[in-house]
Design a protein. Structure first.
Length: 165
């Protein structure tokens, strides 16, 4: 597997990340796409910022704003309301997360293609996929390891692929 991720969030890529269940896993597929952009995309290079072997706790310190609450006991509603940094990724909507990647394609056209791929189900483009409990994001890292985009070194520790992995 290549250690670069330069794919746009097309309906096909998002469906692939959702294992063919985009309708059920739309927010997750958006989160996975964003995470892959941060780990392996350009100009993002979260992999260079993290320790070589990292835990979810290491990851969230670099990924979320310093003002983002880190407790595992928070509810989704508390995360949505209590994070005060408007630039934190938990405050970004689907539209904000994907709009630069789909340029010059119009967001409405992208939205329609996603809706068509999901069998007519309307997507909520203003939803904030990262405004969720930490367990969900932790599970996303496990899922990326299952897909082969992250490697697991020991219980709870991950590492990013190198150019020749």
């Amino acid at each position: 597997m290549l250690s670069e991720f330069s794919y746009s969030p097309t309906p096909e890529i998002l469906d692939w990340l959702a294992l063919g269940r985009l309708g059920d896993r739309f927010n997750r597929s958006i989160r996975l796409w964003v995470l892959l952009q941060y780990f392996y995309g350009k100009p993002n290079n979260l992999a260079a910022e993290l320790p070589k072997y990292f835990t979810y706790i290491d990851f969230r310190k670099y990924f979320f704003s310093p003002q983002h609450l880190l407790s595992d006991r928070l509810t989704t509603e508390q995360i949505k309301t209590d994070c005060r940094d408007k630039n934190c990724i938990c405050k970004k909507s689907v539209k904000e997360l994907v709009q630069t990647a789909i340029f010059p394609q119009a967001i409405k056209e992208w939205e329609q293609k996603i809706t068509d791929k999901m069998g007519g189900e309307v997507i909520k483009i203003q939803q904030r996929p990262f405004a969720t409990v930490h367990r969900t994001i932790r599970d996303d890292l496990k899922y990326l390891a299952k897909l082969g985009w992250l490697k697991k070194s020991q219980a709870g520790k991950y590492y990013c692929l190198q150019q020749n992995d």
